[in-house]
Design a protein around this ligand. Sequence first.
Ligand SMILES: [Zn+2]
Length: 274
Amino acid sequence: MKESFIQSTESTFKIQPWEDSFKHLVAGFTTKNDGVSQGCFSSLNLGLHVNDSQISVVENREILANRINYSTTKWVCSEQVHGYNVVKVTKKDCGKGVTDYESGIPITDGFYTNEEDLLLTSCYADCVPIYFIEPNTKYIGLAHAGWKGTVHNIGGRLIEKWLKEENLQLENIQVAIGPSIGDCCYEVDDFVMNKVKEVFENNIPNNILTSLSNNKYRLNLKEANKQLLIRAGVREDNIVVTNYCTSCHPKTFFSHRRDGGKTGRMMSFIGWRK
Ligand SMILES: [Zn+2]
C-alpha cells in the first residue's frame, strides 16, 4: 500500500493525502528526534508520565509547536489509561495537560471536536494512533489503541458516537492508522489472543493473528483496528494505514516493546487552523 505518512521535518510526519485534500488541516505524528531529553528519552520525548524531566518534556512540546506552527496554548492532552472512554472537547479544554499530566482530560483515550484552532494530541510508544475526519462538518478525532483499546474497539466506539450523538454520515468518515508496532515485532500470549477473538466474535479476519509455537501469536494491531472500523461501517477505501512499524525503526521511533519499557513517547496530533 502506498505510504500515507510522509516525513516532513526531522521531528514530524504528516498525513500527506489529508493535508493535500483538506486546506487548513494539520495532522501527523512525531519522531524521537530533534528534542532535548536525555538518556532513554533521547531526544523528543513528548510524554509527561514516563519519569522524564518535566522541564525537558515541556521544552520538547514547545519545539514541536514551533515545527508545526500550532501553539501549545491550543493543545488538548488527556490522561491515557488504555481504556475506551471517548469524549467531545471544545475550546474550553485548550491547554489542558500541556505542562502537567494531572490537568489533562481525565481517563480518556479517545476524543474529538468540530472546533477550529484546537489541536488534539495523544502519546504513543507502540500503540496504534487512529485519526478520524469528517471533512464536510469539520469533525476530527483521535483514539489511542494498544491491545486493550483494540479489544474494547475504541475506534468503533468513536464512530458510533459520531453517528448517534453528532448525526454524521458514515460514508463521509475517513480514518488514518499511524505508526505503531507491526506484527513483525509484536508477540502476544493466549490471554490477549482470546480477547481479540472475543471482539471479533470468534470470526477473526485473515492477517490479524498468526500462531507461533508455545501458545504465542503474532498480533497485527493495525489490521485489527482497520477491520473493526470496517465492521463499524467505515468504507474500506476511506481508510489509510501506514506501513511503519515503531519497533523496526530504532533511529526514528521509540518502542516500548523493543526498548524494554524504558523509553519516550511520540505524539499524534490533528487540528484545524483558524
Ligand atoms: Zn517490526
